[in-house]
Ligand binder design. Structure first.
Ligand code: FPP
Length: 244
């Protein structure tokens, strides 16, 4: 947790905020627009949210941009989402870098187009030494697959005699997740009124405060983020212990 200036209404901000950005399609439909228009406005919300997180001194922001289940959408929509990711990385990288933002990706890159994996690698490489906000973008990400992959890696270590069975702990699993080295999310927000995790950060969200908001992602603003943080601050985080 980091402190803000005393005159700010928000006394403490979470170190790590994770967001399931939902409702782009409904936003577009309500306006008689194609779904891609909702995703475009959603990308604008991403830009604004990154700026708001920087201003609030949040350490880590993880965004669910494309789930491993999103391939089931029509090819045109998948193409639109991938194109938005390209445009975001091409247009925003210099500004992100200038603002000391470190960009990281989680998710299976094997199925992504080669130029996208190149953009991802370039963004990660260029911003690796930055010390400001860490922006983690989940693309072709699925929490269950991530846990399965961690199990496989651990099983290989055991099989090869590098790790004893009784040495496997929560720390071993965490260290073999794609998020190794990152703190777990303190606050997990989902927009659009749906109340489920949809395979996002299943392991890491064990003790996250979940805040479900009725707002659609394209309408999400700094004010919405502050509302979620205020809700988070009203929660009593006990991590399984009794309240003090
Ligand atoms: C959910 O809305 C949103 C997505 C599946 C994609 C999120 C992508 C963006 C916000 C834009 C690109 C991202 C970056 C990082 C530039 P939905 O389509 O499921 O909405 P619906 O439930 O109302 O149909």
């Amino acid at each position: 947790m980091q402190k803000l200036s005393p005159d700010n209404a928000v006394a403490q901000v979470p170190t790590h905020v994770a967001i399931i950005m939902d409702g782009n399609g409904r936003w577009a439909k309500a306006r008689g627009l194609p779904r891609v228009a909702g995703h475009q406005r959603g990308a604008e919300s991403v830009r604004k949210t990154v700026k708001a997180c920087r201003e609030l001194g949040i350490g880590y922001l993880t965004l669910y941009a494309f789930s491993s289940e999103n391939w089931k959408r029509p090819a045109e929509e998948v193409g639109d989402l991938m194109q938005l990711l390209r445009v975001y990385l091409r247009k925003e990288l210099n500004e992100l870098h200038a603002n000391n933002v470190r960009v990281q990706f989680i998710g299976d890159r094997a199925r992504l187009a080669k130029d996208i994996t190149e953009l991802i690698e370039h963004a990660e490489g260029k911003t690796r030494a930055n010390t400001g906000l860490c922006l983690i973008i989940a693309v072709n990400y699925g929490g269950q697959a991530e846990i399965v992959n961690a199990c496989r890696r651990i099983a290989i270590m055991v099989k090869e005699g590098d790790l004893g069975l009784d040495e496997i702990s929560e720390e071993t699993v965490a260290a073999n997740m794609e998020t190794a080295g990152l703190p777990d999310p303190d606050l997990l927000i989902r927009t659009s009124g749906e109340q489920r995790l949809s395979n996002f950060l299943l392991w890491q969200s064990a003790y996250s405060e979940l805040v479900f908001m009725d707002i659609l992602w394209p309408d999400f603003s700094k004010k919405s983020l502050l509302e979620a943080i205020e809700e988070y601050q009203r929660r009593d985080r006990r991590y399984g212990a009794t309240s003090g």
